[in-house]
Design a protein around this ligand. Structure first.
Ligand SMILES: Nc1ncnc2c1ncn2[C@@H]1O[C@H](COP(=O)(O)OP(=O)(O)OP(=O)(O)O)[C@@H](O)[C@H]1O
Ligand SMILES: [Mg+2]
Length: 442
């Protein structure tokens, strides 16, 4: 249902507005007191507000400020009997969408309100559509509809029932652990344990005893037998995060464990057979580590037989709006707040940002915005300075050059391509005809 709130201390104007705008799909709420009007806005969430500039107790400009703080997406039309261009400019600067003088032109008012209602309907439909999309493009908590994510999701579905060993690669915050959990959940071992070990967080000397356990008396201080993480994951899945950080000596033991499905506790002679699915995750380039002899080639080949690569958020901006919507719902619920969405200008800023920390960074940004907003939407002023400032790391940031310089650069490129020369003023002086056969085909 679409709603409009009209605030004016003159009852006659309110009745006129009601009569002029009466229609079946619009709920019209009238208020003669500014505070009463603000309460109506808070509880009814209108799409449009008609606001008198001269109000008792609280001026129309102050009410406008409060409305914008409540929800900057509301379209506010100011109405006044004392037109001045300064106050019109001020109102527009504060976020009003239009400024009408009294006596109200019924025709103009009807036309403008019809336009605004039309836009509001489109926004509501778009939001509903996104909601539907979110349902269909969410799989095991992994959200994505970009071709790259759909490909990764299809692979996850295909390999989850069968894999024994698998490599997950992707930059920090791209969802490697989330995918590892999904792989476990979708596997026949889903009833078994899921164990994660972050190799970067373990000191090298403790790595093997953590992973494989030890027998009592294996070293000074080993007062009792200890079960390692591999054994703890028996019947389920173990995920070794940051596997690129694993020291070479431990890599040899790991290879044996994943190849023969056997482990030996430190200081013990008995071999234990295990049934564990193995996921190695890394944000490093393992191929480069192999070339630098920091990662065993045989382990790399074993691991990379099945590899799932997770794309950076900057490479799948199509997913941004779904992710934002999902996170707004999640954090709104966590903070017990009603969050309806994000303003178009705030979403545009998020779209321009380069997201070096990927989805974890997006999560932090939306989480913080939901925490500090005291309205029902997230707006630009709830975003961190990094994203708001015009110097933010944007995807398309480029050096601004003069038109002449652009022409020179372009001419140089053309010459490089076709083979020619340029005089000192940047003019093309010679240009060879090009061979119609592309060199790649020769
Ligand atoms: N496609 C996605 N849909 C929804 N949430 C996601 C998605 N990808 C990641 N997340 C969320 O982003 C956060 C970071 O993901 P995760 O911890 O899995 O990243 P990671 O690749 O393991 O990062 P790191 O390399 O830093 O360990 C998590 O809270 C996760 O739930
Ligand atoms: Mg991780």
């Amino acid at each position: 249902m679409l709603r409009l709130v009209a605030i004016d201390d003159d009852q006659q104007t309110l009745e006129l507005i009601r009569a002029a705008l009466k229609q079946s799909d619009l709920d019209i709420i009238l208020a003669t007191e500014p505070l009463e009007g603000l309460e109506a806005i808070k509880s009814h969430h209108p799409q449009i507000v008609l606001l008198d500039l001269m109000l008792p107790n609280l001026g129309g400009m102050d009410v406008l400020d409060r409305i914008m703080a409540l929800d900057p997406e509301i379209d506010v039309i100011m109405i006044t009997a004392h037109y001045s261009s300064e106050s019109a400019v001020r109102a527009i600067q504060k976020g009003a969408c239009d400024y009408f003088d009294k006596p109200l032109s019924i025709e103009r008012l009807r036309k403008r309100v019809a336009e605004l209602l039309d836009e509001a309907k489109k926004r509501i439909q778009a939001r509903q559509l996104e909601h539907e999309l979110l349902k269909s493009y969410s799989f095991e908590g992994i959200i994505g509809r970009s071709p790259m994510m759909l490909e990764a999701l299809a692979k996850i579905r295909r390999v989850a029932p069968h894999f024994r060993i698998l490599l997950l690669t992707g930059a920090t915050g791209t969802g490697k652990e989330l995918v590892a959990r999904a792989l476990h959940h979708l596997s026949p071992a889903s009833q078994g344990p899921f164990v994660v070990c972050n190799c970067a967080a373990l000191p090298h000397e403790l790595m093997e005893s953590e992973l494989f356990g030890y027998a009592k008396g294996a070293f000074t201080g080993a007062n009792a037998d200890k079960v390692g993480l591999f054994e703890a994951a028996n019947g389920g899945t173990i995920c070794l995060d940051e596997i690129g950080e694993l020291p070479l000596v431990s890599q040899a033991k790991l290879l044996r464990a994943v190849q023969s499905h056997e482990i030996q506790r430190l200081g013990s002679t008995s071999v234990r057979k295990l049934n564990v699915r193995f996921v190695g995750a890394t944000n490093r380039d393992l191929r480069a580590l192999v070339a630098a002899k920091e990662f065993r080639e045989d382990l790399f080949f074993r691991l990379s037989m099945v590899e799932i690569q997770l794309p950076r958020l900057a490479d799948r901006k199509e997913d941004l709006s779904l992710l934002i919507q999902h996170l707004l719902g999640r954090f709104g619920a966590a903070y017990g707040k009603r969050i309806d969405g994000i303003t178009r200008r705030a979403e545009a800023l998020l779209g321009q940002y380069s997201w070096p920390g990927n989805i974890r960074e997006l999560e932090n940004v939306i989480g913080y915005a939901c925490m500090i907003t005291d309205s029902t939407v997230v707006d630009v002023n709830h975003l961190p300075e990094d994203i708001r400032s015009p110097n933010a790391k944007t995807e398309s940031s480029f050096d601004i050059v003069s038109l002449e310089e652009m022409q020179r650069i372009h001419a140089r490129r053309v010459l490089d391509h076709f083979g020619g020369t340029q005089d000192p003023h940047g003019r093309v002086t010679r240009c060879e005809p090009i061979d119609p056969v592309p060199s790649a085909m020769e």
